[in-house]
Design a protein around this ligand. Structure first.
Ligand code: AMP
Ligand code: MG
Length: 422
């Protein structure tokens, strides 16, 4: 690591602040997946990141099979128009196998999922069949080969890569791994992330509040966000605004953690000692990001650990965590590909106040407008200290750096805080 590799001194961004995308790009360029992987049972693999390509050992489905309950036929036995009477050769259910060739002029009662008998190439749905007697059915013509048949390998061909390394496992990925018969997968080791909140004013929830103190909300919020992300979390509690103590702790955690996150103390106030402590024990730059909420951010290394120093204001800490730390941690976890969340357009039902200069993430409420188009309103106060604005919000409203006040009816881009999840 080049000392001072991330400093902004002399850079063209020093005044306006580093553009958010540039900061994210620099962070991602520094980080690589942690070394080490482990084999885990499929049942506990949710949220982990694949460290191997998962190949389909078998075709999925393994055999041509019926997509509907009905009759397996040779489509050529049926006329283009009208109907024909076929001999009913027997019955095959899912889980069974009909071995003998279906002879011309015959059909077979078949249930969804049952393998097609040799010689058959289509299924006529049962609703279109008419029983003649115990051994004959009347079926309509005009049946194309392949009709109501799920072909072998339609989902995955044998040997194909079902899921690539770097893929985070959601329930649907876990299902796909099951579909190729695997009971275990190799995933990246979970990075160990240490969190500490800094500030002399902080009182831990559960303790009596002394005069001048506030309850620490960053620690529960950040620790919860890290748990949801799926890293191993170590909560180191609250550290006062004392450079020597900070230095000692950062030096210690830099010896074993994969990443260290702090909140508070990264501004340039008289009690902001994070940067000084970091200069002593690590190689960290303090950035001014053209972001609101969340202008100051420290990033770099302490020992072997990537370091993220977030601002103290709760909403600033949360937005910086979401925009800058989360992509970095996902990279450490082994995820590949584009890690930027999607932005979708919506129209604002009310004016939004904004000064040009910084990218802004206002807290918004997204809903169906009367015209059926997504419409967004503000949660109200956009102060970076109003944490409940994130509770009332179901999206972040992204306002581009250059943008000024937004009039009602203008289009803005939003990022839903919760997506459709299986
Ligand atoms: P700082 O970045 O340390 O100057 O803090 C900015 C503001 O955020 C101050 O009002 C702090 O009291 C507040 N703050 C800092 N850390 C926390 C925390 N862990 N929980 C709640 N508020 C905090
Ligand atoms: Mg402070």
């Amino acid at each position: 690591m080049q000392p001072g590799a991330w400093t902004q001194r002399g850079s063209e961004h020093a005044e306006a602040g580093l553009p958010l995308e540039e900061a994210r790009r620099r962070i991602l360029a520094e980080l690589a997946p942690v070394s080490g992987s482990e084999r885990v049972p499929l049942a506990t693999s949710l949220g982990r990141v694949l460290a191997e390509d998962v190949h389909a050992a078998v075709s999925v489905p393994p055999h041509d099979n019926a997509a509907m309950d009905g009759y397996a036929v040779r489509s050529a036995d049926l006329p283009a128009e009208g109907a024909a009477e076929l001999h009913l050769a027997g019955r095959v259910l899912a889980g069974e196998r009909w071995e003998s060739e279906l002879s011309p002029g015959s059909c077979l009662r078949i249930m969804t999922g049952a393998p097609l008998p040799p010689g058959a190439d289509a299924v006529v749905v049962q609703e279109r069949a008419e029983a003649v007697d115990a051994a004959h059915v009347r079926l309509p013509g005009g049946v194309a080969p392949g009709e109501n048949v799920r072909g072998a390998g339609d989902d995955l061909a044998a040997g194909a890569v079902a899921l690539g390394a770097g893929c985070r496992l959601r329930p649907q990925e876990v299902g796909v791994i099951g579909s190729v018969g695997r009971a275990e997968v190799t995933v990246h080791r979970r990075p160990l992330v240490v969190f500490l909140a800094t500030g002399d004013e902080l009182c831990s929830p559960g303790e009596p509040l002394a005069p001048g103190q506030i309850y620490d909300s960053n620690r529960p919020l950040v620790v919860a966000a890290l748990r949801r992300l799926g890293v191993d979390v170590q909560d180191r509690g609250v550290v006062g605004d004392d450079p020597a103590t900070l230095e000692a702790i950062l030096h210690e955690v830099g010896g074993y953690a994969d990443a260290v996150i702090t909140t508070g103390g990264v501004s340039v106030g008289e009690a902001d000692h994070v940067k000084a402590a970091l200069d002593a024990v690590g190689d960290v730059a303090l950035w001014r990001i053209a972001l609101r909420p969340g202008r100051p951010l420290a990033f770099g290394w302490v020992g072997q650990a990537a370091f993220f120093g977030l601002p103290g204001n709760p909403v600033s800490a949360a937005v910086s965590l979401y925009k800058l730390v989360q992509p970095g941690l996902r990279r450490l976890m082994g995820e590949r590909g584009d890690l930027t969340p999607m932005r979708i357009p919506a129209w604002t039902a009310e004016p939004l106040r904004k000064r040009p200069g910084r990218a802004e993430f206002q807290r918004g409420i997204l809903e169906h407008g009367p015209d059926g188009v997504a419409r967004v309103t503000s949660t109200g106060s956009q102060s970076s200290g109003v944490l409940t604005s994130l509770v009332h919000a179901n999206c972040l409203i992204y306002l581009e750096p250059d943008r000024g006040h937004v009039a009602a009816g203008e289009t803005v881009y939003v990022q839903p805080l919760e997506g459709v999840q299986l």
